[in-house]
Design a protein around this ligand. Structure first.
Ligand code: NAD
Length: 480
């Protein structure tokens, strides 16, 4: 097995330790053992990173779009060459099966390619004027240095979406990557640096999240804030950004409703949804969570889905054949356990799972609950773990009302044999993303983002670049 590297900060083109030598331990969630350390930035490093980002922005925003594109494409090539090593690291620090980590690396390289291409097409436009001789030009310019805060569930994917959009548009960026999973995002940043991104254009820091966000967001140098994580933290960062009048993208939590009607292909629904649920042990913002199943097929779905969950191979992500790894930390394990225990105590039935699994790591059994009521905490708070909540419904109206009951609005799923029902759901389910009769989210070329308490802004499609661009007007009377 490869050794896991200690991770340094990347500031002004240099890999460096914290000036006071401070580090944090990194654990393997499959064993609860310390596997390495990550440097902990303090105020001196943050000041250095800010100054570098200002210089980096001056250089990068003046670099022609075609040259930025070439450098980014080179980074994608390097990332593909290094995918094996990075995927192994990611699995060690995050717990996910190596195959999932590989898929994440492949997706990351695709995202870089897509954003690089889109950067060449971030056009402005000419608006016909009301007077002869007047030219009205709408121009789009990079917003400025960006502060990005990224979580541990997709250590590379969450960073690459932000870095690629920033770079494609000519912005510099300081990334606060996850302290729990530091090595794989550092490998991503190394690929950009080795591809020729100039010093200061990308900074990488780790440390105390609140200290870093309060310092970076309040600083005049930073012009945009982007965050992926919980709604609770998102609201804190969005208000801080508002106080300082910074542009914001927020990619927050959800509580994915799934509507399954009686005429759906149940076998296909079970198979696709079970795979989507256990991906990353359910620690996915778009994970399917509240399964709303039409009464007539509830029992057929329940029994097939439970059987699927019981057949899963749960274990160390490094072992071949593992289908689901541990959750990321003791904290998550306890949070999931508390939600399930509370639901059980209030009368929910545990169809399968409902317990930690033996072993030193942070393993929780794939769990299916029935007999749920809307007042249970688990029906209102994101479980962010391998938990499926199965609820029967009588009418489509009831299912739509339940899907829309929560303030979240990230991803929703539906399986139905009826085109009319599909169209109805498209018009009435209030989420940023809805995928019907297949699992089709999270590709670079399509929007990715939520509405309501799930945040605002998009991290996919051409919309992803909009968030990093200022729109400016120049109107000029060229002749009379
Ligand atoms: P958490 O709310 O403590 O942290 C979520 C993320 O925010 C972490 O990466 C953390 O480092 C960061 N963070 C926390 N406080 C911060 C601050 N003041 N400034 C900047 N960053 C800060 O929750 P957790 O236990 O680590 O994760 C579980 C919850 O987070 C889940 O319930 C889920 O809603 C959410 N989450 C969402 C996503 C997503 O993809 N949308 C990813 C990871 C976590």
């Amino acid at each position: 097995m490869m050794s896991y590297p200690d991770t340094l900060l990347f500031i002004d083109g240099q890999w460096q330790a914290a000036s006071d030598g401070r580090t944090l331990d990194v654990l393997n969630p499959a064993t609860a053992q310390v596997i390495g350390t990550v440097a902990h930035a303090g105020q001196p490093e943050l000041a250095q990173a800010l100054a570098a980002a200002r210089r980096g922005f001056a250089v990068w925003s003046a670099t022609p779009a075609f040259q930025r594109y070439q450098i980014m494409r080179r980074a994608a090539v390097l990332l593909r060459e290094r995918a094996e090593e990075a995927a192994t690291c990611m699995s060690l620090e995050q717990g996910k099966p190596v195959a999932e980590a590989h898929a994440e690396m492949a997706a990351a390289a695709d995202i870089i390619d897509w954003m690089a291409e889109e950067g060449r097409r971030a056009y402005g436009r000419l608006v016909p004027a009301r007077l002869m001789g007047v030219t009205q030009s709408v121009i789009r310019t990079p917003v400025g240095p960006v502060a990005a805060f990224c979580p541990w569930n997709f250590p590379v994917n969450q960073v690459v979406r932000k870095v690629s959009a920033a770079l494609a548009t000519g912005c510099s960026i300081i990334v606060k990557a996850p302290e729990e999973t530091p090595a794989s995002p550092a490998m991503l940043i190394r690929a950009f640096a080795d591809a020729g991104v100039p010093p200061g254009v990308i900074g990488l820091v780790y440390g105390t999240p609140a200290e870093i966000s309060e310092t970076l967001i309040a600083d005049d140098i930073i012009r945009k804030v982007t965050f992926t994580g919980s709604t609770a933290v998102g609201k804190i960062l969005a208000s801080l950004a508002g106080t300082h009048m910074k542009r914001v993208t927020m990619e927050l939590g959800g509580h994915g409703p799934v509507i399954i009607t009686a005429d759906a292909d149940i076998t296909r629904a079970v198979s696709l949804l079970a795979a989507a649920k256990i991906r990353n042990a359910g620690q996915v913002c778009v994970s399917p969570t509240r399964f709303l199943i039409e009464k007539g097929v509830f029992e057929a779905f329940r029994s097939a889905y439970v059987a699927r969950m019981q057949a899963l191979v749960v274990g160390n992500g490094q072992r071949s054949g593992t289908q689901m790894g541990p959750v990321v930390s003791q904290r998550r394990l306890e949070a999931i356990e508390a939600l399930v225990n509370e639901a059980r105590d209030s009368g929910a039935k545990v169809e399968t799972g409902g317990t930690r699994l033996a072993g030193p790591g942070y393993f929780y059994a794939p769990t299916v609950l029935t007999g749920l009521t809307a007042d249970m905490r688990i029906m209102n708070e994101e479980p962010f773990g391998p938990i499926s909540l199965l609820c029967p419904f009588d009418t489509l109206e009831d299912a739509i009302a339940e899907a829309n009951r929560l303030p979240y609005g990230l991803a929703a799923y539906a399986f139905t044999g009826s085109g009319a029902v599909a169209a109805r759901l498209r018009d009435t389910v209030r989420t940023g993303m809805l995928t019907i009769n297949h699992i089709g989210l999270s590709l670079p070329e399509i929007p990715f983002g939520g509405i309501g308490d799930s945040g605002y802004g998009s991290e996919g499609g051409s919309e992803a670049l909009d968030a990093y661009l200022d729109t400016r007007l120049v109107t000029s009377m060229d002749y009379m």
